[in-house]
Design a protein around this ligand. Structure first.
Ligand SMILES: Cc1cc2nc3c(=O)[nH]c(=O)nc-3n(C[C@H](O)[C@H](O)[C@H](O)COP(=O)(O)OP(=O)(O)OC[C@H]3O[C@@H](n4cnc5c(N)ncnc54)[C@H](O)[C@@H]3O)c2cc1C
Length: 395
């Protein structure tokens, strides 16, 4: 593929970077990653403010068809991800903008698209994903939350877990079982949307190991949801989940975040002296930094290859799995290097003693998330082995 951008793309990419650079100046202290947006009211309001800013430029509907208020291409959306990733700026709802909108465009009726897409594009309605259950994670098709139809409504009962941002989200997209007697577990699952304020929805926090509130368990007790809220056909929810392959899978946001972290660590090494010598002269530090930078550029190239394949509708599932594993594990290594480099200061939370506003203390703890969330790396490696390398499937 040709990695060069056109003049127009270069201009647009710069515009995204300029806006995000300005938004970064308004970031609350100690804000880091997704947790920054969901944990505190201050972070959440910042997230909503950035969303409004993007919406005013129609940047939350990049790559959508014009008839639903969209503009631009999937590549433009990638540039925005690069900019938000680089400056650690929120505002793009990963569930609404990144996951649900492409799903509605691929599998929703015209009626449901017209009802739900405008509030995603305007950044007013934020979403959460209620898929996993205590006994259905990697084996998602084993989910048991039931939805029983009564007239024009479904009555939903069950428990969801690890629901990111469910305590803040306005609406949820959920997977429920509408036919418990289907001959295969993938059949009889339905994809449904509901308001998180519906009576019977209870959200309890699951605090992360750093004390942050990002994840939740969600109990659904006799939750009544109109039948018209299903996406696709009743019982065809599994096929609807497969359309999520259309969502942007490059991990370029995470990759750009690492570029910035490495730049900042290099600057720190140049400016910080230990025993009269800049850290940048230490052979071990130089070698570790260089290795990380090389691996990062490898991940970056793979990510661009994936975007290119995706924009030509030729994305293979194992390509997306490969970049997810590569960038996720790299993120953990960058975080570990940052905390190692800072020594005891790397363990200090936000204070006048903590370099980078305590970023690496937080980041080190958050860096484990990607090994599990959105499908564990073991499952991704299975996909690479079966579909990428053609290795035999274990029974
Ligand atoms: C931080 C975080 C955020 C999340 N956010 C959400 C969310 O917003 N919404 C949502 O619905 N879910 C969310 N999840 C849930 C996530 O999708 C599941 O945790 C994940 O799919 C793994 O499922 P599990 O936790 O049940 O682990 P299990 O499936 O029980 O797996 C346990 C271990 O066994 C391994 N394993 C299982 N099956 C196989 C196999 N066939 N081959 C090899 N190894 C295997 C796994 O890799 C893992 O190491 C989140 C999870 C985390 C940790």
């Amino acid at each position: 593929m040709d990695f060069r951008l056109t003049e127009e793309q270069t201009k647009l990419r710069k515009q995204f970077f300029d806006v995000c650079k300005e938004l970064a100046t308004r970031r609350p202290p100690s804000f880091a990653g997704l947790e920054g947006a969901y944990d505190t009211d201050e972070g959440w309001n910042y997230h909503l403010g950035c969303a409004r800013e993007f919406a005013s430029r129609k940047w939350l509907s990049l790559g959508w068809p014009a008839e639903y208020g969209g503009q631009g291409t999937i590549m433009d959306k990638v540039f925005l991800s690069e900019a938000t990733g680089y400056y650690d700026v929120p505002g793009v709802d990963i569930f609404g903008v990144d996951m649900l909108a492409p799903t509605l465009l691929a599998a929703g009726s015209d009626e449901i698209r017209k009802e739900y897409l405008p509030s995603i594009a305007s950044g007013e309605r934020m979403w959460c994903e209620l898929w996993s259950e205590p006994n259905a994670g990697s084996d998602l098709a084993g989910l048991t939350t039931s939805a029983v139809r009564k007239g024009d409504e479904y009555i939903i009962n069950g428990q969801k877990i690890w629901s990111t941002g469910a305590h803040r989200a306005h609406w949820a997209f959920a997977l429920v079982r509408t036919d418990p007697h289907a001959d295969k577990k993938q059949k009889g699952i339905t994809f449904i949307l509901f308001d998180m304020k519906t009576p019977g929805v209870t959200v309890n926090p699951i605090l992360y190991m750093d004390g942050g509130h990002l994840y939740n368990e969600v109990f659904l007790d006799d939750v009544r949801v109109p039948v018209k809220n299903i996406v696709g056909e009743e019982g065809q929810g599994w096929a609807v989940t497969q359309t999520l392959a259309n969502f942007e899978r490059s991990s370029l946001g995470a990759i750009m975040a690492m570029h910035r972290q490495i730049e900042e660590l290099v600057k720190y090494c140049n400016e910080t002296k230990v025993k009269g010598q800049p850290l940048a002269k230490d052979q071990l530090i130089r070698s570790r930094l260089a290795q990380l930078a090389c691996d990062l550029w490898a991940a970056h190239s793979l990510a661009y290859k994936i975007v290119d394949a995706q924009s030509r509708h030729q994305l293979a599932a194992f390509d997306a799995s490969a970049v997810k594993v590569l960038s996720g594990e790299l993120q953990a290594r960058v975080a570990q290097f940052g905390t190692d480099l800072l020594g005891p200061y790397g363990q200090v939370k936000y204070s006048r003693w903590s370099p980078f506003e305590g970023f690496f203390e937080k980041w080190y703890q958050q860096s484990f998330i990607l090994n599990v969330a959105m499908g564990t790396n073991e499952i991704q490696r299975n996909i690479i082995a079966w579909y990428g390398l053609g290795l035999p499937r274990m029974k």
